[in-house]
Design a protein around this ligand. Structure first.
Ligand code: FES
Length: 289
């Protein structure tokens, strides 16, 4: 059992949990994730490790309630216990001194970008971060990203905070102002990563993305998380979650993410007593589509 030390609600449906998990806290690296099972009847679902404190033995999880399990997790309180947390899983981000690295986080994708920005900066890179959300109330981790970056650019789709525009527009601004960029890392909704990769490809800028594929066992055996990268089948849980964004078949990824929408919506119905969360969950689902 893993005790929740603290819980914070960022926005209507985005939460930060600090969880007691000493072994994971000591061994996790940027880019890795955990799989959770909330209780005896819980399904397995992956969440990226946003941060960790090896001294205190805690890991930080930031997530959006987009389905039944994440809604249930969002309703847990400090002192509650999560049945199982498995990890750290997945290949860590390849960290080295590239020069200038642009870290781009969209929506809840800002959470997994945060440890990568930290690690890239610790390795001696100049880190320019771009974070964006649909509107101000969905923007998360701005202070943390500011601390992890040499420069932070903030934007919202509707212009309610920071610059108005998509993260891909803000990236184009940086490229066009003449900065020499050696690597881009982009994490967010699939359509956002697809557009960002389209931009970086036209500038021949190497780009890593982290895939939010559906997972079951997370050990490379069930095939649930399969994705096509460079024409080859890969498993996001063991070969990823990060891949060369210019090689990923985004259309297939989007189709696979929609496979269980009907079942997921049925499960979400059980949470109808909280309409705000459900509306945002369905909206997030639409973004994935
Ligand atoms: S989750 Fe089963 S192979 Fe990746």
């Amino acid at each position: 059992m893993y005790k929740i030390i603290s819980r914070e609600q960022f926005s209507d449906c985005v939460y930060r949990l600090v969880v007691d998990a000493p072994l994971i806290a000591r061994s996790r690296k940027a880019g890795q994730f955990v799989v959770l099972i909330i209780d005896e009847k819980g399904e397995r679902f992956p969440l990226t490790i946003c941060d960790a404190d090896p001294q205190k033995g805690t890991i930080t999880l930031v997530f959006q309630s987009v389905g039944k399990s994440t809604m249930q997790l969002g309703q847990m309180k400090a002192g509650d216990k999560i049945k199982d947390i498995v990890g750290p899983l997945g290949k860590p981000t390849h960290i080295e001194k590239y020069g200038t690295v642009v870290c781009i986080g969209g929506g809840i994708g800002i959470a997994p970008v945060h440890p990568i920005a930290q690690a890239m900066r610790a390795a001696g890179n100049k880190v320019i971060s771009i974070i964006g959300a649909r509107s101000k109330n969905l923007l998360i981790l701005e202070p943390e990203m500011r601390k992890a970056s040499d420069e932070l650019i903030v934007g919202t789709d509707d212009g309610s905070y920071g610059k108005k525009g998509f993260t891909s527009d803000l990236l184009k601004e940086i490229i066009n102002r003449g900065d020499k960029i050696d690597l881009a890392v982009a994490i967010g909704p699939v359509p956002m990563m697809k557009v960002v990769c389209g931009v970086t490809k036209s500038y021949n800028l190497k780009t890593y993305i982290s895939l939010n594929a559906m997972m079951v066992d997370a050990t490379g055996m069930c095939g649930c998380c399969r994705v096509t990268v460079g024409g080859k089948t890969k498993f996001a849980c063991v070969d990823g979650p990060e891949f060369d964004g210019h090689q990923v078949d985004f259309d297939e990824l989007q189709k696979r993410l929609r496979m269980y929408v009907t079942q997921e919506n049925q499960a979400v119905e059980e949470f109808r007593h909280n309409p705000t969360c459900v509306d945002l969950a369905l909206e997030a689902e639409r973004q994935v589509r």
